[in-house]
Structures are given as structure tokens and as C-alpha cells.
Design a binder for this molecule. Structure first.
Ligand code: CS2
Length: 471
């Protein structure tokens, strides 16, 4: 097999980007775009910073930051990525992280901290969140991404340096606006002058990221070490398709992203909503409804004609009418391409991976569409089925004593254990989760449709789910 290696002198590159959250997605996506650019723009290598665990550092440091990307094509292709020049674990290497943040050569901070990393409440940053509360009382010893960003900005301002640009690469609508809100509100609580300076001098471009990245597994590690003849402790894998759309608002300069295939666009909101609603919402629908039906992977779920047909109808008939698509993006072609990607037989993408963090994903993937449909007086029955599927999934996991991977796991497991099967009561209990369901919970049209969907899924067994999907 042909293995592509960095086509540049890594020793001649220098760190211009700090990235918070170097999980598989960052390493399979943004780092690959920068890897593409380093031959002509050596100033944009990455310092990758984990906020919690030392796992990535301990895996990548002995490999000098190098790792393998497997592109899951027929046949698969391997590529060694060299863009990460330094890997730090923030809790153990505070001074080194701060030194990077105040380094004038660092002009860009990128983030993949997942939906939960933004710590936002409806009024701004969530001061009751334990990490935010900690960082507000100890701003020089931050633990959250927001705390780190502001600590770095404060030090730069004190040193007379310009701020870095903060580029969110998380899968959230208006990710840059959310980051800006969290950072400014946090800074304001510490020092209004600092907040004013950030507001005027710094930028927070929005971006849309897309590439299906199944978690790394032993099969991948074995495949990579067979092909390379050396062991890579933590390779990553993704589908060949990749997209990155970025708003062009970089006050501190930027790499020539477009040379690596990044789309610089002023219509970012159209792109990110289309992606969240037409790719991620169907993904979550497949994950919850497919898991209830006893299916294991996205490709298997797409192989079930009832489920695949339901998801396609939901995409075309219910989701598309809620979208204002950017010019040039044709809904039917976009949907066709997504369904094709879901069917890719070369990818083993576990439904359980997509089912993680439902409390964070369901609102941004499905509930916004439901709110828009209700505002336009359109039916929401089909859209409520995956939401009810999530609740049935929670109940099933909790009653089987299986842990949920979710920042709200404790509350969800409690509700799941207490669920009685009485639709009105179960739904009323779940709807009391304001962080997920407000303000929709007070709309009787939504409550009715969710109750009907929950009842239709029955005990969540295969036959009941299949009949709910065709009703
Ligand atoms: C998936 C996404 O795990 C999930 O929740 O829906 O990670 C999805 O694969 C990516 O957003 C695709 O770009």
C-alpha cells in the first residue's frame, strides 16, 4: 500500500497554532489541512493541548507528534501527518501551555472541545459550572478551555501583544458566536477592561467541519502497523470526504487555508445548519432508533429499508423546508451524497459512538428544526420520533444498568430508572430537563407529538420501532 508522508522539512516548521482538544476528529481533520500547507507556509505547525487526560500526549510524544491517518476508501490509503509539533497536557504542563499562548508566533487558537466545552447558559457563561466557577476564582490556574483562552489573552494584553484569533471547530451552529459569548462574558466577570479589549481586537470566526471519523480501534492499529512496519500507538481513521468552511475573519493573520481546500465563506450559517440538520440529525436518528432495533453500525442501519426510508423522508420532507441553503448548495444532491456516505461499506461507524452526549446533541441537531417547523405551522410527528428514540434509549440503558456517556448522565440515568412506561408521566419528567428542552417544553404541540412518538415506540423493541417508523 502506498503511504504518503510529510512532503516538507518538519524541522523547518514553527508553531503558530495552539489547538485545544486534540482528539481523533482534530487529528483527522484540521491537522490534515494544516499538514497540506506546511510545505509552503511553515509558520503554522500545531501545539496540541489536552485539557484533561495525558493520553494523547503520552501516545504521540514518543512518536514525535507523528501519527497515521487511514482514509477509509476502497482500497484504504494511509497518510502520515506531521503538523503536530508539540503535545501538552494542560493540568501537568501549565507553564508550557501559557508560554505558547503568549508566544507572538502563535496567532491562532483552534478548538474541538465538543458541545459541552462551551459551558454556556442562556445568559452567558454558566458561572455555576464547576470548571467555570473554579476558573473565575483562580483565573491564573484555569481548567476549562474558556478559562485558558482568557488567561492567555490577559497575559498577551499585559505583554502588549495582539490577541490570537479563536477558531471553534466544533459541530455547533454559530460556533464562533458561542465561543465569543463565553469568552467575553467570562472576561467581563474578571475585568471589564479586558473584555472591552477582546471585543474590539479579537475575532472568533465561525466554521463548519465535516468528515465522518469513527473512533480508532484495534483493527485500525493492526492494519496500520502491518502496513508501516512500525507500531503507531494512536492512528486515526476517517472517510475520504472532508469539508471545512470557515468565515474569513482573522484579525491576526491566517494560513492560506483555501490552498488546502478550505472554503472561505460569508454564508457560514447556511452551511452549518444544513450540516447539523441534514447530516448530524439523521445520524442521531439512526443511532437511537437503530440501537433500539438491535443494529450496531451506521452502514447496518442504512441496510434496514424501514429505518433508512424513514430517515430519508425526514430529511427531504421535514428538515429541508426549515433550511435557508447557501447559494450553490442543492438540498437533494446534498442529501443524496450524505446517504451515500452513510452507506459506505468500508466504514465501521458504531451507533453507540454517535449516541454519546445526547443531551448536548439532540438540542442542536433536532430541537431547533422542530421549533422552526412549529413556527411555520408544519407537522413535527416524524421529527419527534428520534427525540423519543433517545428517551427510550436512555430508559433502556438505565434500566439495564448500563452507564450513559453524557455530561448529564446522572440526571438522565435517574429519570431512565424511574420511568414507568406511563407516557404522560415519563414525558413530563424528561421535559423537566430545562437545559435540554426549554423553551419547547411549554409548547403543547411539541408535548403532544413527543408523547405520541414515545408511545408509538412502545418498549423500544424492534417490531414496535419498525411499525412506528412506517406509521
Ligand atoms: C456524529 C458526528 O458522532 C456523532 O455524533 O454525528 O461526529 C459526525 O460523524 C460528524 O459530524 C461528521 O462530520
Amino acid at each position: 500500500m502506498q503511504v504518503q508522508r510529510p512532503a516538507y522539512d518538519r524541522g523547518a516548521t514553527c508553531i503558530g497554532v495552539v489547538h485545544f482538544g486534540p482528539g481523533a476528529f482534530h487529528r483527522a481533520h484540521q491537522a490534515v489541512y494544516l499538514d497540506e500547507l506546511l510545505a509552503t507556509e511553515p509558520d503554522w505547525a500545531i501545539c496540541a493541548v489536552s485539557l484533561h487526560s495525558a493520553g494523547v500526549r503520552d501516545a504521540l510524544q514518543p512518536q514525535d507528534g507523528l501519527y497515521t491517518l487511514a482514509l477509509l476508501d476502497e482500497p484504504p490509503r494511509l497518510r502520515v501527518i506531521g503538523a503536530i509539533r508539540e503535545v501538552l497536557c494542560a493540568p501537568q504542563q501549565r507553564d508550557a501551555v501559557m508560554a505558547r499562548l503568549v508566544d507572538p508566533a502563535v496567532r491562532l487558537v483552534t478548538l474541538t472541545i465538543t458541545e459541552k466545552g462551551y459551558c454556556l447558559s442562556p445568559d452567558g457563561v454558566d458561572a455555576a459550572h464547576p470548571d467555570i466557577a473554579h476558573d473565575l476564582s483562580a483565573p491564573d490556574a484555569p481548567v476549562s478551555a474558556i478559562g485558558w483562552l482568557v488567561a492567555g489573552l490577559r497575559a498577551r494584553r499585559a505583554a502588549g501583544l495582539a490577541p490570537y484569533t479563536m477558531l471553534s471547530c466544533d459541530n455547533l451552529a454559530d460556533n464562533g458566536l458561542r465561543l465569543r459569548r463565553a469568552v467575553l462574558d467570562f472576561a467581563r466577570r474578571l475585568d471589564p477592561g479586558l473584555a472591552g479589549w477582546i471585543d474590539v481586537e479579537a475575532s472568533f470566526p465561525r466554521s463548519m467541519v465535516d468528515s465522518i471519523t469513527p473512533a480508532s480501534d484495534d483493527a485500525l492499529r493492526a492494519r496500520v502497523s502491518d502496513e508501516l512496519g512500525v507500531e503507531d500507538v494512536w492512528p486515526v481513521q476517517r472517510e475520504p470526504y472532508t469539508q471545512w468552511v470557515v468565515e474569513d475573519d482573522f484579525r491576526a493573520g491566517r494560513p492560506a487555508f483555501e490552498r488546502a481546500g478550505v472554503v472561505m465563506s460569508g454564508e457560514i450559517a447556511g452551511f452549518d445548519r444544513a450540516k447539523l440538520r441534514l447530516l448530524n440529525a439523521p445520524h442521531s436518528a439512526l443511532a437511537y432508533l437503530g440501537s433500539l432495533m438491535g443494529l450496531g453500525t451506521v452502514a447496518e442501519a442504512m441496510g434496514d429499508p424501514t429505518l433508512a426510508g424513514f430517515v430519508e423522508r425526514m430529511m427531504r420532507a421535514d428538515i429541508t423546508p426549515t433550511l435557508a441553503l447557501p447559494e450553490g448548495l442543492d438540498a437533494d444532491a446534498y442529501i443524496d451524497a450524505i446517504l451515500e456516505r452513510f452507506r459506505n461499506p468500508a466504514i465501521v461507524h458504531r451507533l453507540s459512538q454517535i449516541a454519546w452526549d445526547g443531551s448536548q446533541k439532540v438540542p442542536v441537531r433536532l430541537l431547533g428544526t422542530i421549533a422552526d417547523a412549529l413556527a411555520a405551522d408544519r407537522p413535527v410527528d416524524r421529527l419527534c420520533l428520534p427525540v423519543a428514540g433517545w428517551l427510550r434509549f436512555v430508559v433502556r440503558q438505565a434500566q439495564a444498568g448500563e452507564a450513559l456517556v453524557d455530561p448529564m448522565a446522572e440526571a438522565l440515568e435517574g429519570l431512565g430508572r424511574d420511568a414507568t412506561g406511563d407516557t404522560d408521566r415519563d414525558i413530563a419528567d424528561f421535559l423537566s430537563l430545562d437545559a435540554v428542552f426549554a423553551p419547547l417544553a411549554s409548547d403543547p404541540r411539541f408535548v403532544d407529538a413527543l408523547q405520541r412518538a414515545y408511545a408509538a415506540l412502545g418498549e423500544g423493541d424492534r417490531a414496535a420501532v419498525a411499525s412506528a417508523l412506517t406509521a
